[in-house]
Ligand binder design. Structure first.
Ligand code: DP6
Length: 339
């Protein structure tokens, strides 16, 4: 069981749920349906211990749902997404109360560091519990996906495989743990000095899907990459995994760059960090890079090489800091009603 450094008991008696964000090795970028947020292809990720969100959901007598993130009341898009999510929980549980949601990220929010993944995974577990909705892990993953596609993966720890599914109701568009990896990866996350990203992954994905001439080829590539990545993990083949992971990342960004207008998530320092990772690997350090919908670079490596990789990545002045992390657990309740 993971030790929570600073237990946050916001409100006496309200259970607190912790979920960790995940970073995909084989990326999700495209939907087969937007209403239920169904992915057009599968994906494969690693849940990371250091990127944690803590969430509490309490039923309230108020006339609307409220959301507090990192001590500040949230309005606008983030609040509407949370309310829509809670509507679904109300529909499934047959209850009508509103809720007070209090959440805290232990890493920079909305900067392309997958905070919607840990956020909606934690919310799914905390809200299901608050509304007395009994749910299996598959159902929690399906619920989390309604909030954000990548959140379906954060229900689980370690390596996780998201399935695109084929059903129209989305019940099979869920994530499950990927077991049997012979590689245990850690991550160095080079956080680039930058404000909030300009194009959210949701909007970026939609524009890419609608306008990129390469989108269909990208979707077809994902299945091949998933097979190759799974094989590399079970064989413990780091080199092969690096080739697939970096290939999936660059193909995703190539596809996004080919949208009209092209979406460029990279900053100059992103390319610098990619180059450093490749040089390190060429000189014998097992390390590979990936980049999500932002400028930050995640370097996956083996635990013993983490300090060196982090040191190299922190050498550029445009890198704000380098976070390091081992694999994380799935979403879980860390305080009970009793305590
Ligand atoms: C680049 O899960 O944020 O991180 O389903 O629209 O909420 P929505 O998208 P989101 O997209 C994640 C995109 C990515 C790749 C990945 O995590 O697989």
């Amino acid at each position: 069981m993971v030790a929570i450094a600073e237990p946050l008991c916001y409100r006496e008696g309200v259970p607190k749920v912790v979920a960790s964000a995940n970073i995909a090795l084989v990326k999700y970028w495209g939907k087969r349906e937007t209403e239920l947020n169904l992915p057009a292809a599968g994906s494969l990720s690693l849940t990371l211990d250091a990127l944690r969100t803590e969430t509490e959901v309490e039923l309230s007598s108020g006339s609307e749902d409220t959301l507090e993130l990192d001590g500040t009341a949230v309005s606008g898009k983030a609040l509407s997404r949370t309310r829509e999510f809670l509507d679904e929980i109300r529909r499934r549980s047959g209850r009508h109360e509103h809720a007070r949601v209090v959440s805290r990220n232990h890493f920079p929010s909305a900067a392309g560091l997958a905070s919607s993944a840990s956020g909606f995974a934690a919310l799914a577990v905390a809200a299901a519990r608050a509304f007395g909705l009994e749910a299996t892990e598959d159902e929690l993953s399906e619920l989390a996906r309604l909030g954000s596609g990548s959140a379906a993966r954060s229900i689980h720890g370690g390596f996780v495989r998201m399935h695109a599914g084929t059903r129209a109701d989305g019940k099979d568009a869920i994530a499950r743990p990927f077991l049997g990896s012979m590689l245990e990866l850690s991550a160095a996350i080079a956080v680039v000095k930058a404000g909030e990203k300009e194009v959210s992954s949701r909007d970026g994905m939609e524009l890419t899907q609608e306008t990129s001439p390469y989108h269909q080829s990208w979707i077809e590539l994902v299945d091949r990459d998933l097979l190759a990545a799974e094989h590399a993990l079970t064989e413990g083949d780091f080199e092969r995994l690096a080739e697939v992971t970096e290939g999936s990342c660059l193909a995703m960004h190539g596809n996004a760059m080919s949208a009209r207008p092209g979406i460029i998530y990279f900053a100059p320092v992103t390319l610098w960090a990619i180059d450093r990772v490749r040089r390190l690997r060429a000189s014998g350090t097992p390390v590979m890079f990936t980049v999500d919908a932002g400028p930050h670079v995640v370097a996956f490596t083996l635990r013993e090489h983490l300090p060196r990789v982090a040191e190299v990545l922190s050498e550029h002045r445009d890198i704000d800091r380098v976070l390091t992390s081992g694999p994380g657990f799935g979403a879980r309740v860390v305080t009970s009603e009793a305590g």
